[in-house]
Design a protein around this ligand. Structure first.
Ligand code: ATP
Ligand code: MG
Length: 409
């Protein structure tokens, strides 16, 4: 038997219902917020991710599916979508439209990771990106959008953590302080952290290993090293979130794994994993070849949201078809299919039997799929053009002219 590749999933049945529910809410909320959808390719030039995600990141160094195509180009399956959206902003000249540009996306990403709970090789993200905006009101808008989605879906046990990692001016000062602190303790950190010490010491704060975290309890904080502009920026964001009644925790441990972040970073954290991560990335557009442009965005893992919703037992109920039109003979069957067609044209969910079941088996099936009404068509019904429609919830029966069936519902 051929199996799906490791770390990938088939989404169907109850899960698909949840996905649809999530996507419907996403579309309603992004509409209200004025974000329009963008679909970028699942595959991009590898160079884009080297520049747009950063060649010191785990994503680029360890997790990317990179291959040479038949024309000898180095391509990669996208591990995330911000870089592609940023490329599109520059390549499609969106900077010459009225700013800010507010976009959202939903789609698959690929990372060669060790599969585990909430971590897959193909995962899907809903994300938003705002370009051409520098004020903290941008972060407030984007965070409030994520907050609204999580609230509307009824996801419980998720907390918003925010932090600032400074800008190109003040971050080097912090880097030095952190390096001074780490130098004496370095040999006690894990192999990956020791590697990070050289390439990007900030990311050591992000290490998931407990023994590394224990060594960091007295480490200097980024928040204490911010310059005035960065400090005012994060303070203003806090005022805005408070005015919107959005609870948050200022958490100096949130640093995010990607190179492009400046100033604000944030995560919505559930027990066990981060559901949504994002921040400001004023350097990104220049990094992929455009003019310096302010930007804020987030990515939210849909699989993790689904896991969290199931944990909360927050699954939308199934609804059966409006009517199951059964038949007692072959003429009845023909009529049943024709009526089902007519009802479906009118947008009414109708089912007829297409696998040749007996009357008894048809009714059993109608029950199983939770049809809200049933009827059976035979020679009497066809002769009089009348049928008994049974309401499966109340047991009531009504005699209805078959020409007017769609008006019955
Ligand atoms: P983590 O620290 O959990 O590895 P990350 O920092 O790599 O997350 P991002 O690159 O910021 O994650 O992606 C944004 C969101 O996408 C994450 O918060 C998570 O919900 C989801 N996500 C990332 N990688 C995976 C994966 N391999 N499987 C499922 N969801 C993922
Ligand atoms: Mg990761």
């Amino acid at each position: 038997m051929i199996q799906a590749p490791k770390g990938t999933h088939d989404v169907y049945g109850e899960d698909m219902r949840l996905w649809r529910h999530i996507e419907d809410e996403i579309r309603k909320i992004t509409d209200a917020y004025g974000y329009t959808e963008i679909r970028t390719p699942s595959v991009e030039h590898t160079e884009l991710f080297l520049r747009g995600v950063g060649d010191t990141t785990d994503i680029v160094q360890k997790e990317m599916y990179t291959f040479e195509d038949k024309g000898g180009r180095s391509l990669s399956l996208r591990p995330e979508q911000t870089a592609g959206v940023a490329r599109a902003y520059v390549e499609r000249g969106m900077y010459s439209q009225p700013q800010p540009i507010k976009l959202f996306y939903i789609g698959p990403n690929f990372r060669y990771e060790k599969p585990q709970h909430g971590r897959y090789r193909q995962h899907h993200q809903f994300g938003v990106e705002v370009f051409g905006a520098y004020t903290p009101a941008t972060e407030a808008e984007v965070i409030s959008l994520g907050h609204t989605l999580i609230n509307r879906l009824g996801v419980e046990n998720v907390n918003l953590h925010i932090n600032s990692i400074g800008c190109t001016e003040c971050r080097p000062v912090y880097h030095q302080r952190l390096k001074d602190y780490l130098t004496d303790r370095l040999e006690k950190f894990c192999h990956t952290c020791r590697d990070r010490f050289i390439k990007n010491p900030l990311r050591i704060l992000d290490c998931k290993i407990d023994s590394c975290q224990a060594l960091l309890t007295d480490a200097p904080l980024v928040l204490d090293a911010l310059d005035d502009e960065c400090r005012i920026h994060i303070e203003e964001l806090q005022l805005l979130l408070t005015s919107m009644n959005i609870p948050f925790i200022v958490d100096p441990k949130v640093v995010r794994g990607l190179d492009y972040y400046t100033r604000t970073v944030f995560e919505f954290i559930a027990p066990g994993f981060t559901v949504l991560g994002g921040g400001r990335y004023d350097g990104l557009i220049a990094q992929v070849g455009g003019q310096p442009t302010g930007g804020v965005g987030f990515g939210m893992g849909i699989e993790r949201l689904v896991l969290q919703l199931k944990e909360n037992e927050n699954i939308p109920a199934t609804t059966g078809p409006t009517i199951f039109i059964g038949h007692a003979d072959s003429e009845g069957a023909r009529k049943a299919h024709q009526l089902a067609y007519q009802l479906r044209q009118a947008g009414i969910q109708a089912e007829s039997d297409i696998i040749g079941r007996s009357v008894k088996a048809q009714m059993k099936y109608a029950n199983k799929i939770q049809a809200r009404h049933t009827t059976i068509l035979g020679c009497d019904e066809l002769a009089n053009n009348l049928a008994k429609i049974k309401n499966m919830e109340t047991g009531e029966q009504a005699e209805v002219n078959l020409d007017g069936l769609s008006n019955f519902f």
